[in-house]
Structure formats: structure tokens, C-alpha cells
Design a protein around this ligand. Structure first.
Ligand code: ADP
Ligand code: MG
Length: 709
């Protein structure tokens, strides 16, 4: 039996020949039609096919590892079919049961609906590879609808490469393809093109990390007979991908620094010192150290591009205000852009309060037409308006700043790459600060916002008490309401959040409208109650929100439209209905609505049975910690990065090989290496960087145009 995995020559040609870059349709056995179908798997070129990695590996030998399996495990194994049985249910359905065993453990595989052909497919005595989740039925191990592949008896032709191999790849498939066909295509592709697979990492790096040559590593991914060696080999592909993405950011940073000079502010200690003296509270140490970072950037000639992360309520606004005043005391204007009018209004009020008595002209600019808007625009153009707070309206073409020196974007993830770029181009290279209350794990920040410096406020103002969080069953809701009654009687306010607006999708789902009726008439008839949902007009939502803010409304029942960042310190209770349906980041944001005042606050997460394993883990996480960064890490782990933080919006690719949670250490190495190379030789002029130059421009020149602003 052949055990080698390296099937083709290891040497690579040194030129990027067109072969691997050409369409798969030219491969033997593919053609137009199959090429189109392969496109659904993201395979268009021969190289794409070579990089189409197996998602699992079949071991054709009987698998001894079933010894310690447990119900709930996801397992993959090879076993012998011992019996096949079809059973008719009283309702006229047919169940297919297939007994398999590996001589120690017996498992029944069941299909409730299946293609007729299955009945003759399975035969006692044949080996079958199975994968699925292990369950239990009548004291028997069971797998429902497992994925399977019958191990071919070796009827294959003598010279078939796959004949007799113990370990076989299992590929992601699409219609019209079987594993057998895809294996043959992959093999044929390697047979013709293995020599043309080019190394894409600098030789020093390949050597430093002991990576296999790309050609060799790719073959191992498909032909390995030792799947346990693959995690190590995969690191190489993760590294490649992360390395090039970091080269992009490194170049962004270097060229930004060389081409674009920012404003050299001088720390005059005039307005900033006055503000410092009259603050009604002490800045936290975290706020102070972030301020030092901001001032250092602003008082240098590079253009600041910084992401300020801090949990909801950590006090980012006041930090921003200091930076804005630094710009103003240097004779520049400063702008703050918020994603909604409510937030813009709130900043306007807060800043005016903090600045009381100081000689600073603050104005606010919103969308639409309203009285006085023309004057405000005129003030912005003349320079009379020094601190300008606003919404997207600030980006409009007819808004002209006289001398804009600093721009801050609040809740920056709500704005896209393009809008960020537009702001950055709006004036003579203002210093830029982006605020984010959605904590982003470091690894994610490095890939998504790799061009930004990151500052973190990791400390809450001392008066804050962590929100007391409990999970309660929906059957115990009355006990929760009894506790809430006390809070209301003490004059506090309450949020109740539900996942849906109307009884449209699932009747079982408590909807906001019904709950509002119930709460306002049956539970708390004595307290004023309001309903807020996503189908209302913006003006109507704002009005309801403002009433709640003013304390006129005591209970706010809403869908998840409650704006991030709205500050109602008197609200001390957050009830989340159907908490099992919410994501971690969302629950954390909701919880952040309370605990903003001095009173102890509560968060009740109401769960409805049945609850899945992951939902349970999310709820447990919420009760265990209030640290947004820990929650974000957990969220990333449970959901994967693709879903988080709108990747399309961020403009970064979803990685094919790298998993930024699993590969954090690789990312760190790739980032350091990429920045070192670019700092030393930004345009890849040195001979040792010739390869980089060619490959980088080949892959990224388009991307650079979008991002290098
Ligand atoms: P966020 O970071 O969510 O934008 P804010 O800037 O809105 O938080 O601050 C939340 C609240 O905390 C505000 O009412 C603010 O005045 C207050 N605050 C900020 N810094 C401190 C501090 N060091 N000590 C006490 N209260 C503070
Ligand atoms: Mg804020």
C-alpha cells in the first residue's frame, strides 16, 4: 500500500505561468457545464480547485476510537454494516434503519426520509464512513440522518490513484458532483499543474517558520495519509492570507505617513485645562492614559487615525471633548458625527453642560430642512461654529468647514468604509478618532481595522455598580414583575425588550405589542408605559425616546430598536424577553442601557424552553461577566467572525483559510512580519522582495485603490 503523500515533484517553476490561473473548464473531465457548477463552490481557476480543501478525511480502516464516545458528540468513523431494516409507521412513512458496528460499539443509523436508492445501497458486510451527532434512543446509540460514504470495494481500475489508499479526502460538494468525481478532478489537476504552483511567501519566512513549500503543503492537504499532520500544515495557509492582508494595512499606514502630513497641534493648556478644572468627576486612569495617547498623536505631524474602544458607559464622550478642545484652542474646528439624531442631540446637551462658562461655540447640524439650518451652515463655513455635532448631514456636499482640524465618528461600525474615507478627505487631513462601544477582540480589530491605532478604555467610572444579571424562566415572570414593582415604586424606570413586532412569524413568540397591552393594563396599570418598535417613523421614535429620557414614561416596551448609546441614568431594570434568541453582543448592548446611574441595576434575561446548547452558553456567559471584551471573544468563538460586525461594511475579505479566533498567534506573527518588511522596503524595491512585489500587486492593487485614502 502506498503511504507517501507527496505525489508530484516538489520543485516549483519560478515564473507565474498561466496554467494554474486558467479556467477549470479546460481540465479533462470538466467542460463548460461542470465549470459553471464548480463556480458555486468558488472554484473558477485550476488553482482554486487545487486550493479546494477537504472538509474531512475518511479513514477506510475500521475505527477504534468509538470506545469513549458520548451522546451529543459529533463523530466521524468507519464501521461495518451489520444489518439493514425498513419499518413502516402507522402514518404510512418508511424509516430506514442501518445497524453498524466497529466490533466494540454498535450504532443504529436512521433516516426518516431518504431517496429510494438508499435501500439497496447499504449491504451487510460493507464498510461505511459516517459522520453526525450521536444521540440515544431506547438505550441504543443512534445517529439521525448521518452523512455517509460507502467505502468502495476496490473495483477501481488498476492505475486509479485513489485505489487502496487508506485516507481519502471528503470535499465540500455541489450538485452534479460526487466525492469520487471531485477526487479524480483534483488528482488530474495536480498531475498536470503541480509544477506550476508557485511559492507565495518570501524564502526567509518559509525558512524561519519551517513551512513546507506551498506546492508540497497543498498536496498534503489533499493526499495526506496522516490527517494528524494537517493542523500544522494548515497554519501555513492561514499565515499567507493574514500576511498579505497585513501588508495591505502596513502599506496604508506607511504611505499615509509619508504622503499625508497631519496637523501639528500645540498643547496650549487653555480650554482643555479649564474643562479639566470644572469637570464634575475625576477622570478614570484609563481615560487619562487614552487622553495622553490622543494628545501625543495630535501634537505630532502625522495624521491621527485612531480607534477608541470602550464599553458602553465607560466615558468616551468626555475624552473626545478634550481632543476637540485641543483642536479649537489651536484655531481649528472640530466635528463629531453620530449615527442617529437622538445620539447627536444627547452629545449636544452633554457637551454644552460640561462646557458651561467656557468660551466655545457649539452647534448641531441634522438632516432634512428645518428653521435655522442655513444659519448653522453659514456659521460652519465662516468658522464661527467651533464644535460641530451632527449626523450624516455633516457629509453633505453643501457643508463646508472653514478650518476643520479634528473629526470624531461615534459608533463608527455604523458607518461604512466609504463614509470613513469621505470624512477623511473632507478637509486638510484632520485628525481622526473613531469610537466603538461594541468591543472588538484584538485579533478582529487587527484584521478589520488594521490601519488604525487602537486605544482602549478598560475601566468604568468608580461610581458604577455592575448590573446584577439573572436568567429566569418565562414561567417565573410574575416573580420578576414583583421585583420590578419595587424599582418602579422607588421612582426608577424600566426597559422591556422583545424580539419581534407582530404575531407574524411564530405565534408562540411573545410580541412587543401584546406584551405592551399586558404590561400596561394588567401588570403595571399605575405606571405610564410606552411602546417603541422599528416600524415607527423616526420622528415618532425620537419623541417616545425623549419622553422616556425625561422620565415622563416609566416603562418602555420595545423591540431591539433602542438606540445604542442612549443615556437614561434613572433606568435601573432591563428585561429581555426570549433572551435565548438574542446574540451575545446584542444582549450586552441591551444590558448597557442600565447601570448608568448610581443605583444598583438589574438585568432579567427571560428564557423560554426549549433552549439549545449554544443559547444556554450565551446566557451563562451573560451572568458570569459584564466585561464587554470577554463577551466579544466568546461571541466570536460561538458565531465565527463572518457574522460579526458586518464584514461587507468593513470592506475586508472573509478569510478562506484563516480563522482569526483559532489563528490569533499566527496573526500576530504575520502582522509583525508584514509591518517589518513594509517599513524597511515599502515599495518592495529590494531584490529579496521581488516575489512579494509581483504577487502583491497581482492580488491587491484593486483593493488598495479602495482602501488607501
Ligand atoms: P460612552 O463611553 O458609552 O459613550 P459616556 O461618555 O456617554 O459613555 O459616559 C457615560 C456617563 O458617564 C456620562 O453620564 C458621563 O458624564 C459619565 N462619566 C464619564 N466619565 C466619568 C468619570 N470618570 N467618572 C464619573 N462619571 C463619568
Ligand atoms: Mg457614547
Amino acid at each position: 500500500m502506498q503511504h507517501y503523500t507527496l505525489v508530484f515533484m516538489a520543485e516549483s517553476s519560478s515564473t507565474y505561468t498561466s496554467g494554474v490561473q486558467q479556467s477549470v473548464k479546460f481540465l479533462k473531465g470538466v467542460g463548460e457545464n461542470r465549470a459553471r457548477l464548480l463556480g458555486k463552490l468558488g472554484i473558477t481557476t485550476v488553482l482554486d480547485l487545487l486550493e479546494h480543501f477537504p472538509r474531512a478525511y475518511i479513514n477506510r480502516k475500521l475505527n477504534p476510537s468509538l470506545f469513549d464516545v458520548q451522546v451529543g458528540d459529533r463523530i466521524a468513523f468507519t464501521a461495518m454494516i451489520s444489518w439493514v431494516d425498513t419499518r413502516h409507521t402507522p402514518k404510512g412513512k418508511v424509516i430506514l434503519n442501518v445497524g453498524v458496528s466497529d466490533s466494540k460499539v454498535a450504532i443504529v443509523c436512521s433516516w426518516f426520509s431518504y431517496p429510494k436508492a438508499y435501500e439497496t445501497l447499504f449491504k451487510p458486510g460493507r464498510l461505511v464512513w459516517l459522520t453526525g451527532t450521536l444521540s440515544e434512543f431506547n438505550g441504543q446509540f443512534q445517529m439521525l440522518h448521518p452523512e455517509f460514504e460507502l467505502i468502495e470495494e476496490d473495483e477501481a481500475e488498476e492505475n486509479d490513484f485513489w485505489k487502496g489508499r487508506e485516507v481519502l479526502p471528503v470535499y465540500p460538494l455541489t450538485e452534479g458532483f460526487t466525492q469520487k468525481l471531485l477526487r479524480r478532478l483534483v488528482f488530474n489537476a495536480f498531475a498536470l499543474y503541480a509544477k506550476q504552483i508557485e511559492e507565495n511567501l518570501p524564502a526567509t519566512i518559509v525558512e524561519q517558520y519551517g513551512f513546507l513549500a506551498r506546492n508540497v503543503a497543498l498536496q498534503k492537504m489533499h493526499f495526506s495519509q496522516k490527517p494528524e499532520e494537517l493542523p500544522d500544515i494548515k497554519r501555513r495557509f492561514a499565515y499567507e492570507e493574514l500576511f498579505y492582508s497585513q501588508i495591505l494595512w502596513a502599506r496604508h499606514k506607511v504611505f499615509h505617513g509619508i504622503k499625508i502630513k497631519g496637523i501639528n497641534f500645540v498643547n496650549k493648556r487653555e480650554l482643555t485645562t479649564s474643562l479639566y478644572k470644572q469637570l464634575p468627576f475625576q477622570l478614570t486612569n484609563a481615560q487619562k492614559s487614552v487622553l495622553r495617547e490622543l494628545f501625543a498623536d495630535m501634537c505630532s505631524d502625522k495624521q491621527m487615525s485612531r480607534l477608541l474602544q470602550g464599553d458602553v458607559g465607560s466615558g468616551k464622550t468626555v475624552v473626545t471633548l478634550f481632543a476637540m478642545l485641543l483642536a479649537v484652542e489651536n484655531g481649528y474646528q472640530a466635528a463629531l458625527m453620530a449615527p442617529t439624531e437622538i445620539l447627536a442631540d444627547q452629545h449636544f446637551v452633554t457637551m454644552n453642560t460640561l462646557l458651561k462658562g467656557l468660551d466655545v461655540n457649539v452647534c448641531i447640524l441634522k438632516g432634512g430642512n428645518y428653521k435655522g439650518k442655513a444659519e448653522i451652515k453659514a456659521d460652519i463655513e465662516s468658522g464661527k461654529a467651533q464644535l460641530v455635532i451632527g449626523t450624516h448631514a455633516l457629509l453633505q456636499k453643501d457643508v463646508h468647514f472653514a478650518k476643520l482640524g479634528f473629526v470624531c465618528v461615534d459608533e463608527q461600525h455604523r458607518f461604512g468604509v466609504e463614509q470613513r474615507a469621505r470624512l477623511a478627505r473632507m478637509a486638510l487631513h484632520p485628525d481622526l478618532l473613531y469610537l466603538s462601544a461594541t468591543p472588538i477582540p484584538r485579533s478582529l480589530a487587527m484584521t478589520v481595522y488594521g490601519d488604525l491605532e487602537v486605544s482602549i478604555i478598560n475601566e468604568m467610572p468608580p461610581s458604577r455598580k455592575p448590573v446584577h444579571t439573572v436568567v429566569r424562566s418565562s414561567t417565573k415572570i410574575d416573580l420578576v414583575f414583583a421585583q420590578v414593582q419595587k424599582e418602579l415604586e422607588a421612582g426608577r424606570q424600566v426597559y422591556i425588550v422583545c424580539p419581534l413586532v407582530e404575531e407574524s412569524e411564530k405565534l408562540s413568540l411573545l410580541d412587543a405589542t401584546n406584551l405592551y397591552e399586558y404590561v400596561s393594563t394588567k401588570v403595571f396599570p399605575k405606571f405610564s408605559c410606552a411602546l417603541l418598535h422599528g416600524r415607527m417613523k423616526a420622528a415618532q421614535k425620537d419623541e417616545i425616546m425623549l419622553k422616556f429620557k425625561a422620565g415622563d414614561t416609566k416603562i418602555l416596551v420595545s423591540t431591539t430598536v433602542i438606540e445604542v448609546g442612549v443615556d437614561v441614568p434613572n433606568a435601573s431594570v432591563m428585561i429581555v424577553e426570549h433572551a435565548e434568541r438574542f446574540g451575545l453582543a446584542q444582549m450586552h448592548q441591551l444590558r448597557g442601557r442600565v447601570g448608568r446611574g448610581n443605583a444598583q441595576s438589574y438585568c432579567f434575561l427571560i428564557e423560554h424552553q426549549p433552549i439549545g446548547k449554544i443559547a444556554r452558553e450565551r446566557l451563562n456567559t451573560m451572568t458570569r461577566t459584564t466585561d464587554g471584551f470577554i463577551i466579544a471573544e466568546k461571541d466570536l468563538e460561538l458565531r465565527g467572525p463572518g457574522e460579526l460586525f458586518g464584514f461587507e461594511q468593513s470592506g475586508m475579505p472573509i478569510f478562506r483559510f484563516a480563522n482569526i479566533m483559532r489563528d490569533q498567534d499566527v496573526l500576530k506573527l504575520a502582522r509583525d512580519d508584514a509591518f517589518a518588511i513594509v517599513n524597511d522596503d515599502p515599495d518592495f524595491e529590494k531584490p529579496e522582495n521581488a516575489l512579494l512585489k509581483r504577487l502583491y500587486h497581482h492580488q491587491f492593487s484593486k483593493k488598495e485603490e479602495l482602501i488607501l485614502y
